[in-house]
Ligand binder design. Structure first.
Ligand code: BG6
Ligand code: MG
Length: 217
């Protein structure tokens, strides 16, 4: 029987409160294109890469554009998003996240970041969490978006651990699926309603204990 060796964390919506900034920037783009975009619809974009998020948004709005225009639209959304995150400080670390990362390491487990975001390093620097991770795999190092397991398998590879000994913390449906596809355990951050396929769902990293994690194995 395997035991837990590493905890792999998604970034947006798990470690930092950036999911709201992604939503604000996509909604601003939708408004500019002349349609409404709701919080419920935004669930489909969570964990998904920038270009795929745009595809989903355009499908929702019933819009089609050439590849060139789509790249311009994604770049525009990213400019707005980067504006929101440049002023981020430590107080935007989600409740319990920093403390949990420390306790995981104190217990002798490894930590990794597994994020689809190309802005991950900027965010980690701004909130002072770079040194909390033994490995950082972000959107600049992956070719396939979640629910593909690539990002989490790369984390396991870099940490030199068996995927079956990893636990993933995710706030997105696509991320839970990616963890499952990687053969890993997964804990949802959010509600059971949004994340029905997680092994366990908690509202934040403030409400999970190491004991609960070891019980998954
Ligand atoms: C994920 C977010 O972490 O990163 C998605 O959940 C986002 O909403 C994706 O689209 C890509 O992020 P970025 O910063 O590269 O546009
Ligand atoms: Mg997320």
């Amino acid at each position: 029987m395997s035991t837990v060796r590493a905890c792999l964390f998604d970034l947006d919506g798990v470690i930092v409160d950036t999911a709201k900034y992604h939503f604000l920037a996509w909604r601003r783009l939708a408004q500019e294109l002349g349609f409404e975009f709701t919080k419920e619809q935004n669930e489909r974009l969570k964990g998904v890469s920038r270009m795929q998020s745009l595809e989903i948004l355009l499908e929702i709005g019933g819009k089609t554009f050439s590849q060139n225009v789509k790249e311009e639209l994604a770049a525009k959304k990213n400019l707005w998003y980067v504006e929101y995150i440049t002023t981020m400080k430590q107080n935007e670390i989600l409740p319990g996240a920093a403390e949990f990362l420390l306790s995981v390491r104190q217990a002798g487990l490894q930590t990794a970041l597994g994020s689809a975001s190309k802005n991950a390093m900027t965010i980690l620097h701004n909130v002072g969490l770079v040194s909390y991770f033994d490995s950082i795999i972000d959107g600049t190092k992956t070719a396939k978006a979640k629910p593909d397991p690539e990002v989490f398998l790369l984390c396991a590879k870099e940490l030199n651990v068996d995927p079956a000994t990893c636990v993933v913390f995710e706030d997105a449906k696509a991320g839970i699926e990616a963890a499952r596809n990687a053969g890993m355990h997964c804990i949802g951050i959010g509600t059971k309603e949004d994340l029905p396929d997680a092994d366990l769902v908690v509202p934040s990293l403030a409400s999970i204990t190491l004991e609960q994690i070891t019980q998954l194995f």
